[in-house]
Ligand binder design. Sequence first.
Ligand code: SF4
Ligand code: SF4
Length: 618
Amino acid sequence: MKFIRIAGLYIFIGSVLLFIATLFMGNYTLSQTSIEKTFDGKDAKVTETFIAVAKENGVLDKTYNDQFSFINDVKGLFDKHNEKITQAVAEEKGITSTQTKKIINDATQGGSVSYTKDVLEKNLAEAEVTSLDKATNWMYSPKKTYDSAEAFQKDLKTKISEINKNKAKDFLLYDNKYARFNITERAATGIIADNKALFLFLTFGLGIIGSLMFIISRLFLKPIPGIKNNGIYLNNATNRGWVGIVVFGFLVSFYVLLYFHPYIISNWTNILDPVKSIFIENGSASQWFLYGILYTVSMTVMGIRMFIKYRHNQYQVVRTASVLFFQIIFAFLLVEILPLFDLPGVDLKNAWPLDYNFLTDWNVKNYLDSGHLGKFMFFWGFILSIVVVPLLVYIYGKRWYCSWVCGCGGLAETLGDPYRQLSDKRLIAWKIERWLLYPILIFAIVMTVVVGYNTYNIVVTPELANDHTFLGINAYAINEWYGFFIGSIFAGVIGTGFYPLLGNRTWCRFGCPLAAYMGLIQRFKSKFRITTNGGQCISCGNCSTYCEQGIDVRAYAQKGQNIVRASCVGCGVCSAVCPRGVLKLENGNDDGATRHEVPEVILGNDMDLFEMLEESKK
Ligand code: SF4
Ligand code: SF4
């Protein structure tokens, strides 16, 4: 068994190294076929123009050895494509360069500038007159005077270029991270692109097999059930040692590449094309599909580890099964399957404000354009956040979501379980927690109000949706800032990347606005509490050590006081690791003050020794 365990470890490490190495394998060629695949669904004019631009710039059919030099040459093509297609559209249905010259000639005769609507009517058709009149009537003489013909020409050409660009807007391409990713992924050639299924097995397949060999063999090596955290502070992987730092480096790099430079990891998505093809014929995996698969696989494999480690504890077994169910069915499968029925591919358990895009215009339109079921899903989003979440927190505490349903909580409780002891228990950490968590909740509320107002205007009163601002805040800007700092940096890069250094609930404890919202209800109006049989406590400190939320559980146990804390996610591990059965997660009566009461005397020690001595003398 020991051999199987060690072999499993080596197989897992080998598969991870190969997974990383695939980023440096294969070639990239921008062929006609790859361009057609990239812009599939767009007008044929777009593909034709891009092929022509790639040819003119010597990039078409040129082979690159890595994605960096490939994208370095390709990124400039987007602007050139836009210039070319704008010119072509202008010739066809815009204001041509010849017409522009004629207008300038007529308006600058005699050395001075005399620009009037008559000049436009003389040179343009009625539709063009209307659009140019609207854009340039402020330039008409004598309202506006120009010192030089050059200044006039500059203003006019800028406005004509804007009009032409607007006419060509359906054919324009934008150089952003998604465009770079799409074009790089389709341009991949060579060993990875030709052997996707093989690499799928060698990376994901062997990774799963290796880790399961490592995990399941422990069942036979340590056959007696019980939590064995022996040596956890002496292990380099779990005590912020070098293994932990390597894992931290890998996780942070992964999130940075995923969120900000996905084109670099296009080979990883290529490897997953055979899996994507299960859902869509000849499907091409996106970076979010890669993330979904990695997330679900990690949770499932580490969930099996949880089943083995906590197999004597019914609460932990059922809780782990629950988070796996919600991840696999709701967060992964339904998100893939719903779009096949023309429904929005959304995670139906993702509640606002964790789902910070809920009220964005594109999301709301997506719901409303998807028939009755789409509208119902939109309605469900409101019901979930406004009714279901508070009601269930009142009855069961926030554990019903954080430890039983949520994807972030699910990953923390499975992949993050080896790191739960690293949570900071100091007072300063508690202060930082409150100063971060609640302002983020306020930020989320303000952002939602601004974005919601903008969406309402766009959907219901489009004539009012001109500047997209409310209370002086631009809806798109605030949504982008929130997405960047909270959604990507905090929830992803720090929240998960820092597991091996800060513990597994950094995001849930310091950043999640939904946890803040539920925490307030749990603290002031809920039936949930952890009761303590203080007289039995031996002050070993196991509970505080393994509390992932950094709560000093022992301090409560020593006083025999109920644990009623906004931050408690009800994971139940404090109770599971207690050798004396002191702690119990309960849903009792919401009896107000008594829920928070601090007993004067520790339960079980309710005796006066001097009094007893006197008694015995009698
Ligand atoms: S107090 Fe116990 S149940 Fe609550 S978060 Fe900490 S370990 Fe989990
Ligand atoms: S683990 Fe149990 S016995 Fe140890 S300090 Fe906590 S409540 Fe007391």
